[in-house]
Every structure is written in C-alpha cells, then in structure tokens.
Design a protein. Structure first.
Lengths: 278, 367
C-alpha cells in the first residue's frame, strides 16, 4: 500500500520547500545568536556561520555578572507582569462592556479606543513624558507599567472584542435569569469562557512589553530601575564591542520569552478546543 | 402565584413590528405552548416574558405583579434554552447549584437541592461531569435540573428538544410533561413542532406574523381551526385544501368526479352571493372503499406504506391531495381512485381564509 508521501504531487513538494525556506529564514537568526553566544569575539568574525570551535559556557556567567543582568531581569519581570496583568484584565472587561452592555456613546468610545492601534509610539512619547513628570512618576517602574499597559489596551480590546462577538450570549442570559448581576456574569461566566484568548493576548503583550526600548530609555534614568533592553545597550562600547557578550546576554534575555511562548501555546490550543462545547 | 398576564404587548425593531398587540392569560400551573413557523415572534415573546428583550409597549404581569420593567433576575423565572446554555467550565452539579451559590446559600443546602433535582432527573451518576462529557439528553436534563433548583414561579422552555434526535425527543417530551405534573409550576413552552405542541400542551397559542392567531386546547385547534393557517399548521400530514364553487346548497369541486358535491346545509345561507369556498380535508379523514359519502376522484402519484398506514399522494387538477389510509391494498401509481369523506369532517373556509362553522357530525347540518 502506498504511503502518504508517495501520493504527494510535485506542487505539494514545492510548497513544502518554500515553507521550509521561510521557516529557516525566520528561525536562523535565533540559531545564529545562540551559536555566536558560545564563541569568542574573534571567532564570531572569523567564522560567523560555523559551529563554535569550543563551546564557551562561561560566556553566559560572564555576561550575567558584567551586565548586572540580575537586577535588569527583576525589573523586566515586575514591569512586564504588572503591565500585562493590567492590560489583559482591563481590556477584557472593556471588550465585555463594548460587546455586551448598552450605554451612551458605546460605539464612539469603542472606535476611539481602537484609534490607539494606529498611533506610532514616538508620537505620544513627549506628551507621555510631560504627563509622567506631572504625576511625579518619572524614574519609577510605574513610568513603564502604566504606558506599557495602556499601549497594549487597544490591540487587546480589539482582539478580545472579536472573541466576545463569537461567544454565544445564551450562557450569560441564563446566568442573568439565575440572579447574577453584571459583575458576577463577567467574573463567573464570561471570563472562564474567554481565558484562552486572554492567554493569547498575555503572550503577545508580554513579548511587546518585555522588548520595549523607547519608553524605557526615555522615562527611566536610574540604572537600578532599568529593564533588559536598555541594559543590553551597556554591552556596546564607544570604540569596541564584545559581541560574544552581547549574544550571550541576548540569549539569556530571549530564552524566557521563547520558553513562555512554547509553554503557553499548548495551553491556548487546549483551552480553545475545551471552550467549543457543541 | 405563578399566573402570567400579557396585555397589548408589542415589539418593534425600527419599522419592523415583530410582535403586534399580544394579549394572553396564562393560569397558574398551566402548560401553555407557543407554536408557529420560524419568525412568527414566539421566541421573541418568550424572551420578553423572561426580560431578555425590551418591551416596545404593553405590560407583562407575573404572579399579580407588573414585571414589564423588572430585571430578569428579579422576575423569579427559569428558562431552558435550545442550546441548553450550560456553563462549560462547571460540572453538572455546579451548573445546577449556580443560582443558589449566587444567593449565597450554605454549601450543604446547595448539595441537598442539587441532589434532590438530580434524583428526579436520573442525573445522580453524572453530577461530577462537565457538559462536554454528557450526551445531548443528559445536557438537556442538567438544564432542566438547573431550572428546578431555582424553584421559580414560571418555567420557560425555548425549543428545548430541537437539538435531540427523534427518539430522544419523544422520550424527553414525556419527561417534561411528567415533570410539569410533579412540580405544578406555570410553564410556557416554545416550539415550531406542532406534534410537540399537541402532545404536551394544556392550551396552544398559534402565532403567525407576530400575531396570536388562535388560542385553545390541542383538540379544539384540531377540530375547529379558526382559519386556513391554523388548519394547515396543526395536524400532520397537513390538511388538504381544495377550491370549490357554490352551486345551490352545495360546494362542488371541479374535476373532482361525479361524487364531488359537498352539501353546505344551513351554511349556504351564511354565504350570500359567495361563489367560492375552500374545502379543508384532513388526510386521515379520507378513505378508500365504497360508500355513499361524497367522493373526490384523484390520480395517485406516490404511495408510501409506513406499516400501520399508507400515505397516498394524489392529484386533483392542480391541487395535491394527501390521504392516510389504513388499507394495506394500495392502488397503483397513475390509477384514478375515489376518496371518500364524511361531510361532518369537512372544514369550510371563505375567500379570505376564515373558517366557516364546521358541519355537525350527527346530522350533517351546520352546528
């Protein structure tokens, strides 16, 4: 009996080849970064694409100490976790309100909220700076948490709104008839049903906020409150740069995000299939 | 306590009137079925009683209180949805006890009430399962259990059996009826299936185009439909409608053969100057075999034996006439046959589709 592969047409093989090339092109920079992290600075320039002559695990320990990555890590975790929690929770609540509740100017407010999708960060950098200065929040972690959360709101509301529109309303109506108020419906019925989508948005927002550089450069001056992307700049000297250190630090910075992505992605798929009841 | 009164209830979406001046009195403990084709406004009416749809004008009273502007949760009603609307992340027991949890009832009481309802519905073995681990019939029972635990004044059912297969539907029909007898709560049940309506209801409300067309007991609707719509909607297979013209004191069906002359009796005097009527004949009231009764001569097109009876699809001019006969010996396709009908079983409709009083069974004269 012929196997599945025997029956594939030449067209399908071309599709596989193109797909494979795209995946390789997307993933190779990550592989290159990790391989370079094991090399010496000289080897990186001498043989940029080969495997390391010697696997220098010590590069990571050195980068961790020299770059004082410990405190940068802690700051990044606090800022990202807070901003992601705030943005996903409030955006979900807003999306619930926009899709389920009747109130004056609902459509106008919804559209206004989505304008945020169109704004590039530099446009709001200076007004934000003034606001944070007036609120006396510059040089605090709040200067990154609040703008980070606010910046993620538009996209999260947009995605969550779309998800709410797909979820049948009869379970919420059943809860309403059973005596639940709006808050109880949101907490007990809607949230558990949309959590896979919330998890997806948590991943997307984590990646964005973890990697955010511009606000972090502008709003934080004190070294002990800086986040990882700002800290990485320390590795670039005015006259010389130790690229093995840069790549080791980059690998350390990127790994948790990659791990989080692969870990949660499984849950998201499981969650999505669990929510579909019929 | 659980009587429902609906006064001049209307619902419009912009210029579209989906419900027009509905008046209904539903007695406490009554099982009322709202039936009608898709889009007739029956589900909208139910949702308005539940408080899930706003009211354009009119009033809804439950248990002697005006609830028109009252929030759904304060109306003390329970609803079973077509999709069951079970909470997918909760077990069957949690689904059933949710209303008590919201009322902050103590846990032992919630468990007791859930067990009691589960016992009635044969669900005790499934209480720890999530809805996705239950079959369609079990989900339906959990949805009913949730309504029972709530102990409402009024039960609302919105096409609860549409998602079940035919066999289960028949079984659940009986169970819902038995449950109603046991609990005695006022029940309003929406369906588009007239068999469901006929078998379950104390009274049926037939709706069409946003209006109540007729209200009555199942047999009243079957025996005395108020118009051609109700006559065609109630009964399966549907009533046959045959155009006829008035000749003296009888209605004569053209091309119906020599026996197709149906006496109008005293009804003739109520049709001054009328030249046309529509005869309504239920398929089960037609029979093969010789008799002196009026007959219709038709040509057989399809013969469908079902075992207990045989369905004959025949043609009379441009009109299809269906007959359900008990005879096993069926005529051949294309054969011309005479179908007999007792005059007392005939229905007459005027040119606007309104029913004229049916003929008296005993005398053949008008009632």
């Amino acid at each position: 009996m012929p196997s599945v592969t025997d029956r594939r047409s030449p067209g399908e093989w071309v599709q596989f080849a193109v797909g494979g090339l795209i995946v390789a092109a997307m993933f190779y920079p990550t592989v290159w970064m990790v391989l370079s992290a094991f090399k010496t600075n000289r080897e990186i320039f001498r043989d940029p694409f080969g495997l390391p002559d010697q696997w220098l695990w010590g590069n990571f320990a050195e980068a961790w100490t020299e770059g004082r990555l410990g405190s940068l890590y802690l700051n990044s975790i606090i800022v990202t976790a807070s901003a992601v929690t705030i943005s996903v929770f409030f955006a979900t609540a807003a999306a619930f309100a926009f899709s389920r509740l009747e109130f004056p100017f609902r459509r106008t407010l919804h559209r206004l909220m989505l304008i945020g999708l169109l704004l590039p960060p530099p446009v709001v950098a200076i007004p934000l700076f003034s606001i944070l200065r007036d609120l006396d929040l510059l040089n605090t972690r709040w200067a990154l948490i609040l703008p980070g959360a606010a910046w993620s709101l538009s996209l999260t509301v947009f995605i969550m709104y779309g998800y709410f529109q797909q979820v049948r309303t009869d379970m919420e109506e059943a809860a309403m008839l059973e005596g639940a108020n709006t808050w109880q419906i949101f907490r007990d019925i809607s949230l558990p049903m949309v959590w896979p989508s919330m998890l997806t948005m948590a991943i997307v927002n984590t990646i964005n906020i973890w990697n955010e550089l511009m606000f972090a450069l502008l709003f934080i001056v004190e070294e002990e409150k800086q986040t990882l992307p700002v800290g990485l700049i320390r590795f670039f000297g005015r006259y010389s740069t130790d690229y093995s250190m840069v790549f080791a630090a980059l690998t350390i910075t990127t790994l948790p995000i990659l791990a989080l992505y692969f870990l949660l992605q499984r849950h998201v798929i499981a969650g999505l299939s669990a929510t579909a009841m019929d | 306590m659980g009587a429902v009164t609906i006064r001049d209830l209307r619902k419009s979406f912009g210029a579209l009137d989906v419900l027009q001046a509905v008046d209904l009195e539903i007695a406490e403990g009554e099982f009322l079925v709202l039936v009608g084709p898709s889009g007739c406004g029956k589900s909208t009416l139910l949702r308005m009683i539940a408080g899930l749809e706003t009211v354009s004008s009119g009033e809804i009273w439950i248990g002697g209180a005006d609830v028109t502007e009252v929030l759904p949760r304060d109306r003390n009603i329970a609803m079973v949805f077509q999709s069951y609307a079970l909470y997918p992340h909760m077990t069957a027991a949690e689904n059933m006890g949710f209303s008590l949890r919201l009322r902050r009832a103590p846990k032992p009481r919630i468990a007791e009430e859930v067990d009691k309802a589960a016992g009635v519905l044969n669900l005790l073995d499934y209480l720890k399962r999530k809805p996705r681990e239950l079959s369609g019939g079990q989900r339906q029972r959990v949805a009913m259990g949730r309504a029972i635990v709530r102990d409402p004044k009024v039960f609302l059912f919105d096409e609860p059996l549409s998602n079940l297969d035919a066999k289960l539907r028949v079984q659940m029909r009986t169970e819902i009826r038995a449950l109603h007898r046991r609990l005695g709560a006022t029940t309003i049940y929406v369906t588009h299936d007239q068999i469901e309506a006929m078998t379950m209801a104390d009274r049926i409300v037939v709706m069409n185009g946003g209006r109540v067309v007729q209200v009555g007991s199942p047999l009243e609707l079957y025996d005395r439909p108020s118009d051609i719509f109700v006559a065609g909607f109630i009964g399966s297979p549907s009533m046959n409608f045959v155009p006829a013209r008035i000749e003296g004191d009888a209605a004569v069906v053209e091309n119906g053969g020599p026996g197709a002359r149906f006496p109008l009796g005293a009804m003739a005097s109520r049709l001054p100057g009328a030249v046309k009527v529509t005869l309504g004949i239920r398929p089960e009231h037609l029979s093969l075999g010789s008799s002196s009764l009026p007959t219709l001569r038709t040509r057989v097109e399809v013969v469908e034996p079902t075992g207990a009876e045989t369905l004959l699809s025949t043609r009379l001019g441009g009109v299809e006439v269906v007959a359900v006969v008990r005879d096993r010996v069926a005529p051949g396709i294309g054969e011309e046959i005479d179908l007999f009908i007792e005059p007392s079983k005939l229905h007459f409709f005027d040119s606007e589709g309104r029913a004229l009083a049916p003929l008296d069974r005993a005398t053949g004269g008008p009632r």
